[in-house]
Design a protein around this ligand. Structure first.
Ligand SMILES: NC(=O)c1ccc[n+]([C@@H]2O[C@H](COP(=O)([O-])OP(=O)(O)OC[C@H]3O[C@@H](n4cnc5c(N)ncnc54)[C@H](OP(=O)(O)O)[C@@H]3O)[C@@H](O)[C@H]2O)c1
Length: 305
């Protein structure tokens, strides 16, 4: 196992994945350098106060990235994708490839790239998955120890406005008896830290990460119990799917298999024994956002950008 006193450059450290990774690395004693666009933002200041070194720059800023990577042992790479409305698929690919190439050029030993759960070596037809397939393919050709993780859909996403929790219901991609794997964002870092700590075991590997498997009916029971009132589950209606090609494509990918998740939960529990089921998330870190979601109206804007 590695001496964790070395430096890891974390991209997206003010966001969900990078934030989870920065926190887990700092907790385990690693030095964390975070590339942030705005060091005066509240999230950047929180990161700095937690012990991270901030380097100001964007994904397009080669000099800043090189400054951050100088002398670093590892890099955690994640990019935003087109459903956020912040980048195009081509920009995601460009940033993902540039970060990996710079890691090689700067002599970084271990790169961990966060891809996506539905990604494989076969295109899905959805831009924000196929972008990651292209970044993965590029990374595999590079002379660097690279671990590729493929996180499945986040549990934390379930409480976004528009899935119906504020109206006492919940709509998602599965038929009531159909299952999907989900992942607590907090667990991403708890998988990534052991990956950096044991490069001989995890280097050159690609695997999905998830922390639970649930059906629509399971979510109905879990949400009803957590809310203390009935939260009925149903799949998105045909009208909703007809109105949103993005949701329709995701639903088709679930039915065809790629989006269902195929992570080996038993093997993952050995890496991160504390990984959270939806039940545990609802009772713990997700409790406040779940309660807020019960009273928050809104539409599901993600994917319309
Ligand atoms: N939602 C899901 O269920 C799910 C599941 C698996 C994979 N994914 C994938 O996860 C990725 C997004 O990760 P996330 O959810 O952690 O993102 P996020 O929470 O939206 O955070 C994005 C991070 O990237 C930074 N950032 C954005 N543009 C930047 C730029 N040009 N230069 C430097 N930093 C920049 C942001 O910093 P600022 O503070 O400066 O804004 C922020 O720290 C996407 O590729 C998505 O496809 C999502």
């Amino acid at each position: 196992m590695l001496n964790s006193k070395q430096s890891i450059v974390v991209f997206g450290a003010t966001g969900q994945q990078g934030g989870s990774v920065a926190k887990a690395l700092l907790n385990a004693g690693w030095r964390v350098r975070a590339l942030v666009r705005d060091p005066t933002s509240a999230k950047a200041i929180t990161l700095r106060d937690a012990g991270a070194e901030l380097v100001q720059g964007s994904y397009a800023d080669t000099n800043a990235i090189q400054t951050a990577m100088r002398g670093a042992y590892g890099v955690f790479s994640v990019q935003q994708s087109s459903p956020s409305g912040e980048v195009t698929d081509e920009e995601e690919v460009r940033f993902g490839i540039a970060i990996a190439d710079l890691a090689v050029a700067c002599g970084v030993t271990h790169l961990v790239y966060s891809s996506g759960g539905a990604v494989s070596d076969r295109p899905t037809g959805m831009g924000h998955f196929d972008s990651k397939m292209r970044i993965e393919a590029h990374i595999r050709k590079l002379p660097i120890k690279a671990t590729i993780i493929r996180p499945v859909a986040f549990i934390d996403m379930l409480v976004m406005p528009g899935f119906g929790l504020d109206e006492g219901r919940f709509n998602f991609f599965m038929h009531p008896e159909q299952s999907i794997q989900l992942l607590a964002v907090e667990d991403i870092g708890k998988f990534v830290e052991p990956i950096f700590a044991d490069p001989n075991r995890f280097g050159a590997r690609t695997f999905e990460i998830a922390s639970d498997t649930v059906t629509g009916k399971d979510l109905e029971a879990l949400f009803s119990q957590a809310a203390g009132r009935p939260i009925a589950y149903s799949r998105f209606t045909d009208e909703v799917l007809e109105a949103s090609p993005f949701l329709a494509s995701l639903t088709a990918l679930l039915d065809e298999g790629p989006l269902a998740g195929h992570a080996d939960l038993n093997a993952l529990r050995e890496i991160n024994p504390a990984m959270q089921s939806v039940r545990e998330w609802l009772a713990g870190t997700g409790r406040d956002s779940f309660v807020r979601a019960l009273g928050t109206e809104g539409t599901w804007a993600y994917g319309r950008g």
